[in-house]
Design a binder for this molecule. Structure first.
Ligand SMILES: Nc1nc2c(c(=O)[nH]1)N[C@H]1C(S)=C(S)[C@@H](COP(=O)(O)OP(=O)(O)OC[C@H]3O[C@@H](n4cnc5c(N)ncnc54)[C@H](O)[C@@H]3O)O[C@H]1N2
Ligand code: MOO
Length: 395
């Protein structure tokens, strides 16, 4: 059986670019930039007034202020630049306004009193100019965000500032999620005593939404012919298939044989890990379709999806995922035969990860109590309190 690292390398060897597309700025959250972003103007684009107050011509900052200045008018934000007459006058100015021609210092309203058309100054000297100078944040033409970056809310603000109404992003693969199993019924049905409602497809669907992917859901019963017919069509239609169930040793676990009959090249089946050991991964050499066939137990499906698919997707989009690390909260004995994904809760104060017990990989309800999974690699030695380990967050 291969190790988790060998399995991951094999999955990553199938990383693939799906090209680029131009989309509206408002739809870019969570997507990967496919172009470098440059400023189209200096930032700020003009000498920007930083305080509400008056603008004067002072010259050297050490020069004493006059006892009063005659108010000449108001320069508000969003109005064209005015011109200060001389050093005896001032213009009232608002935060965000362009600095008037001939002015070089702002005195905030807190330091003056305006009476009878004059601004009376309550200071001897100005402490600073309160001017956000043109181009001081960045100069026109400067690269401000690099290709490959995952677009965040803050990036969207920057993209708006530089006038990117449409943005070139990496195209996402099309994905089908397929549940298999005769025991599964839909969410709106009442299961018979030997049935359960399918849940894995919804977990996967939601995890994909978080990655910006709107997938399609399918269900196929444990019937070889039905599996062959439907999967063959799906292999032709989608870039990626995510299957859950039917990959272990049961009499009706047809998935590996069917995939192989359909020409999907197997990279591996079974990984030295718990949960999720019977994971099967392959790709169709002619069609390029990648097939992630997850074991059916809900925790196994989810853990494998988070670890393998997520890393494959980010690598395919051009920016490998850097897994978070967390400090282990208590000692756990090592295991030389298996890597383990341990359900943990993160202590809000210390940030340490504490394992908690549940009923194994079929215990779907444990997922709502967990913050994520700590990855304990296979090894002899104990895992010690405070040891930093890779973490898959599900919050
Ligand atoms: N003799 C052996 N038996 C099993 C082995 C093994 O190595 N030898 N491995 C066990 C492990 S580990 C796992 S994990 C499961 C995986 O089995 P399958 O991938 O074949 O999955 P199924 O048998 O179809 O289902 C397992 C379990 O999960 C439930 N399930 C399946 N799909 C869904 C879904 N979409 N939503 C909710 N729940 C689902 C299913 O009802 C079963 O209870 O095999 C062990 N057995
Ligand atoms: O390893 Mo299975 O995926 O535990 O339940």
């Amino acid at each position: 059986m291969i190790t988790i690292n060998e399995a991951l390398q094999s999955v990553l060897s199938q990383q693939q670019s799906y090209g680029t597309e131009d989309i509206k700025l408002s739809a870019t959250t969570g997507r990967f930039l496919a172009e470098d972003i440059f400023t189209d103007l200096d930032a700020p684009p003009f000498d920007r007034v930083m305080m509400d107050g008056i603008a004067i011509r002072l010259g050297n900052l050490d020069n004493p202020l006059k006892p009063s200045y005659t108010v000449q008018g108001i320069q508000s934000a969003g109005t064209p630049q005015m011109e200060l007459m001389d050093a005896d006058h001032c213009l009232e100015v608002m935060t965000g306004a362009i600095l008037p021609v001939g002015a070089d210092t702002i005195i905030p309203y807190e330091e003056i009193e305006i009476k009878d058309g004059n601004a009376h100054i309550q200071l001897e000297k100005a402490s600073k100019r309160y001017i956000h100078n043109r181009g001081s944040d960045s100069k026109k033409g400067e690269k401000i965000i690099s290709k490959g970056k995952l677009i965040t809310a803050a990036d969207i603000g920057i993209l708006a500032t530089v006038g990117k109404a449409t943005v070139s992003v990496a195209k996402l693969p099309s994905v089908a999620i397929i549940s298999t199993g005769d025991e599964l019924v839909d969410v709106n049905q009442t299961p018979l005593p030997h049935q359960i409602r399918k849940s894995n497809v919804y977990t996967l669907w939601s995890a994909l939404v978080k990655e910006g992917i709107l997938s399609k859901m399918y269900h196929i019963n444990d019937d070889k012919e039905a599996l062959e017919n439907t999967l063959s069509k799906l292999i032709d239609t989608y870039d990626v298939l995510l299957l859950s169930g039917g990959v272990s040793k049961g009499k009706f676990d047809h998935i590996p044989a069917v995939l192989s009959d359909l020409g999907v090249h197997k990279h591996f089946h079974r990984v030295a890990q718990r949960p999720g050991k019977p994971f099967w991964f392959g790709h169709h050499p002619e069609k390029g379709t990648k097939v992630f066939a997850y074991p059916g137990n809900p925790v196994s499906t989810y853990v494998n999806h988070l670890f393998y698919f997520q890393q494959w997707l980010h690598a395919s989009m051009g920016t490998p995922l850097q897994l978070e690390v967390k400090a282990l909260g208590e000692k756990i004995p090592g295991n030389p035969n298996l890597s383990r994904f341990v359900s943990v809760r993160i202590d809000a104060k210390t940030g340490h990860a504490f394992p908690f017990s549940h009923n194994g990989s079929g215990d779907l309800f444990s997922l709502s109590k967990t913050d994520g999974f700590l990855l304990l690699p296979q090894r002899d030695g104990d895992f010690l309190e405070g040891e930093q380990l890779e973490f898959l967050c599900i919050r």
